[in-house]
Design a protein around this ligand. Sequence first.
Ligand code: ADP
Length: 620
Amino acid sequence: MTQKTETNEFQAEVKQMLDIVIHSLYTEHDIFLRELISNSADALEKFRHQQLVEDEVFDPGASLEINITFDDKEHTLTITDSGFGMTKEELKKNLGTIAHSGSKNFLSAISEAAQKDVSLIGQFGVGFYASFMVAKKVRVLSRSYRTDEEGYEWSSDGTGSYTISPASGLHRGTKVVLELKDDCHKYADEYTIKNIIEQYSNFVPFPIKVNGGTVNTVQAVWTRSKNEIKDEEYDEFYKFISNAADDPMLRLHFMADAPLSIRSLLFVPQENFEVLGLGRLDPGVSLYCQKILIEQHSNNILPEWLRFVKGVIDSEDLPLNISRQALQDNMLVTKIRKVITTRFLKFLAETAKKDTETYEKFWKTFGIFLKEGATQDFTHREAIAKLLRFESSSSEPGQLISLAEYVERMNEKQEEIYYINGPSREALENGPYLESFKQHDLEIIYALEPIDDFVFSHLGEFDGKKLVSADRADLKLPETGKEKKEDKADGKDLDKPVAESLLKWMKELLGDRVKEVKSSDRLVDSPAIIVNPDGFMTSSMERIMQVQGKEHSISAKNLEINTSHPLIAGLADMRINDENFAKNVVEQIYDNALIQAGLMVEPRNMVARSYEILERALQK
Ligand code: ADP
């Protein structure tokens, strides 16, 4: 063998690229290792495939792995793989030219980016050349898997040319030796390297050995076919990626090839750590491309309201070197997000159908996130709406219904879906808002969480039926033909002129605090009720905005009065006999109605007043 060393100039585009890599530089130096490991993993993947189609390969017994060693005296770092390897021509072509089609455009884009904003450069695939960020000299010793090829050494300091010379005694594959720059000696260190691998390359589907010990314990489970994977393996993988001690509650292993290539493995944990007081969750899904990490705990790959989901999404359609900034508005990422979110919601719907018990457990733990989604995510609103669960006047305490079930048993005269917000089932059932529903024999949904009214108002409708809060002033219940007349309070309706004068007087008394005082046709047992003349806000929504300290003052409501209630008849009389005391009664009726609407009242004023009223009641 002749020991001839060739010196070759890099292609102009490579020079330009190297100049950018070396001089403008990303700040994230660590990624050079990800690039090299990724190249090795690719070469191993390619070899694995080639071995299947070829009769003879060089070094067939060599195990498929990546070895990393270093010399902290010489300050070198060596990455060796037993992959595909490169011939002399391949070394020249792959490491001396830029393979990108349209490399001119590519380079002008990259240099423009480098001039504008150094961090932008990360989105361009610099691959192998990233080694020159940390190395003053790079040697690549490679031997192709082809039996009739010899080994070669490629070497360069990245400044304009490289040399190639024959190298003997090489095994199949590629060895990249980095002579580290003076300020990069830290990379010749086991701890540092292991950390970088754990961060970026843990799921590479080949063993990565550092000084002989395998570092990546977990394989790329998500890329394997479902029927090959045991439940325990899934669980172990889940525990690894989410640092959990228990098994997941739900699992979705989803793969697609067209139109997008997606391998995803998603888990729902047992607990909602957000309500356990651990603060807002970070996203739990990491984005991979061909088993190489692109973004850990990605903010981009799933909508924010799915932050409780743990797992991995892998798409080989993504460019490996895409930067985090570029992920944000990458069209492909947007498409993947949509596909996976849709699929995940479908999976939840299937679970709800097949395994109600598990779904209800899921709902109780994570339903709040779906509600968040319903208020934020226009795209998936309808799918989310189908997954919502509530108690209702027709369900047993604790039993949950879906909006679809509600619609299915709606009265044929009924066109709207009714709901009412309250702190508990008991409070709602003892309050004034349900009275007319009981009377008309209409089902009403109990919205027991503060966010519920926002959910309903964002949804607007379900299955073509408007969602209507029962505290609306313009509520008009249909005649269902099932009205219960006997429930009506037995008091006689006040004479019209008496009633009109009483209501007018009450309005004067309450002033701007109420918009209108009206006679009610929705009340049965209660003397009064607060309703919302504003068609958008419910009392519950206003209360939340007030509690959250948003500059929100409660808008004036309508006070509806049950003019056939004995208390109101008594009030009409009292107004003539003792107007001052009657005023106290009106204030108390108003406050009581506000309390039932869940709106805040100043309790101290009320206490003094209620003593006065009690005193009067006990006088004889
Ligand atoms: P990319 O990986 O994006 O194609 P690189 O600059 O990292 O760009 O590598 C250029 C080419 O060099 C690769 O496409 C591959 O053909 C070859 N190559 C790099 N590293 C290896 C390796 N460890 N084994 C075999 N081929 C390699």
